[in-house]
Design a protein around this ligand. Structure first.
Ligand code: OSB
Ligand code: MG
Length: 375
């Protein structure tokens, strides 16, 4: 039984090593909400809310998620007993629209609590079978094709197994072609447009077909499936959906409509591990590969992504780069590292998420706290 007695919220500010530009905005200082969930036996776990600073990826932000967690999500689960964490999502979704990232932060923490209660690493508790996770890097929009080529070259030399290139009109075919030509036809490249195109741009997108990309991520509008289906019919390169897949139903719709051939699963975007696992299982049954995306998580959120990516149908490298790609210093020990062959190791040596929070560092970075429930 999982019964929460308290949820503590804490916002930290964590500066990225370098600002990151995507078609829909730029981020340099991450505002991250960390949660401490305590159950009635006194067990505490950490989780993370991945909502961004501005509503340019999804409608949620750090501020809306803070409000949603304190006013609606926490009161709904505190004091209520769950036989299994897989039951939490439906309770949070009943007559409560949206706010997936707020819901996910709590729902995922409850999976970690259940794993701790069971004495299992989170990855094994959810059915993960991998010991190592193939890792990719997501590169922001650079000033010039040459600057992009250098960053991509360095990433491949570090061992990354996939290089994702952010694109937008004006920084697309020329940039990706430079990488393809300079790094070789075998280089594992893909592009992510974060909704920067419309069907009027089909020719521009079709020009990417010649560059052997693993996939093109989310070229069209964030909430669109119908036009992605039209686009996929006109492209050879597989379309991968990110923003558009907010639930299992949207994954089924994608498959039914032919709106894409690959899914980037981010547990925050779909409302937690329950829906993530359901999408994973559905895609596995239908021959659709999935991989784990990232939202510039701190080491806490990263632990959940690594656990999720250990499920068997996560067959493409994930955006689960090591701590040093993002931060001068992460908030967890040990920090997340990647070996020379581009693999992140799944922590299997202790129950739960597998990393500890560096309390001094977190205290220093904290800008506000709140608490719901009682000790
Ligand atoms: O589209 O995948 C995306 C970061 C913030 C918002 C959206 C996206 C991203 C990334 C970064 O690509 C991936 C990472 O965390 O390394
Ligand atoms: Mg994306």
């Amino acid at each position: 039984m999982i019964t929460l007695s308290r949820i503590r919220l804490r916002e930290i500010r964590l500066p990225l090593r370098a600002p990151f530009r995507i078609s829909s905005g730029v981020v340099s200082d991450r505002r991250i909400t960390l949660l401490e969930l305590t159950d009635t036996s006194g067990l505490t776990v950490w989780s993370e809310c991945v909502a961004g600073e501005a509503p340019n990826y999804s409608p949620e932000t750090a501020d809306t998620a803070w409000m949603a967690i304190s006013q609606w999500v926490a009161p709904r689960v505190i004091g209520r007993s769950f036989a299994h964490p897989g039951d939490v999502h439906d309770v949070l979704d009943k007559d409560f629209r949206g706010h997936n990232m707020a819901k996910a932060a709590v729902e995922m923490g409850m999976w970690a609590l259940a794993a701790e209660q069971a004495g299992l690493p989170l990855a094994r508790f959810i059915g993960g079978t991998r010991d190592t996770i193939a890792t990719g890097i997501s590169l922001g929009i650079e000033q010039s094709p040459a600057a992009l080529v250098e960053r991509a070259r360095a990433a491949l030399a570090e061992g990354y197994r996939k290089v994702k290139i952010k694109i937008m009109p004006g920084s697309d075919v020329e940039f990706v072609r430079a990488a393809h030509e300079e790094l070789g036809a075998e280089a594992p490249l893909m592009a992510d447009a974060n909704n920067a195109y419309t069907l009027d741009d089909v020719d521009q997108l079709a020009a990417l077909d010649a560059l052997d990309l693993m996939m093109i991520e989310q070229p069209l509008a964030w909430d669109d499936l119908v036009r992605h289906a039209e686009l996929q019919r006109r492209l050879e390169t597989p379309v991968c959906l990110d923003e558009s897949i907010t639930s299992l139903d949207r994954a089924i719709d994608m498959h039914t409509l032919g709106a894409g051939r690959i899914i980037n699963i981010k547990p925050g975007r779909v409302g937690g591990f329950g829906p993530s696992i359901a999408i994973h299982d559905y895609c596995q049954e239908h021959g659709t590969p999935v991989w784990c995306g990232g939202m510039f998580e701190s080491g806490v959120g990263r632990a959940y992504n690594v656990a999720l990516a250990s499920l068997p149908n996560f067959t493409k490298p994930g955006d689960v780069s090591p701590s040093a790609r993002y931060w001068e210093r992460d908030v967890v020990t040990p920090e997340w590292t990647m070996d020379k062959s581009g693999m992140v190791h799944v922590p299997l040596d202790k129950p739960g998420i597998g990393v500890s929070v560096d309390m001094d560092r977190v205290e220093n970075l904290t800008v506000r706290t709140a608490s719901v429930g009682s000790s």
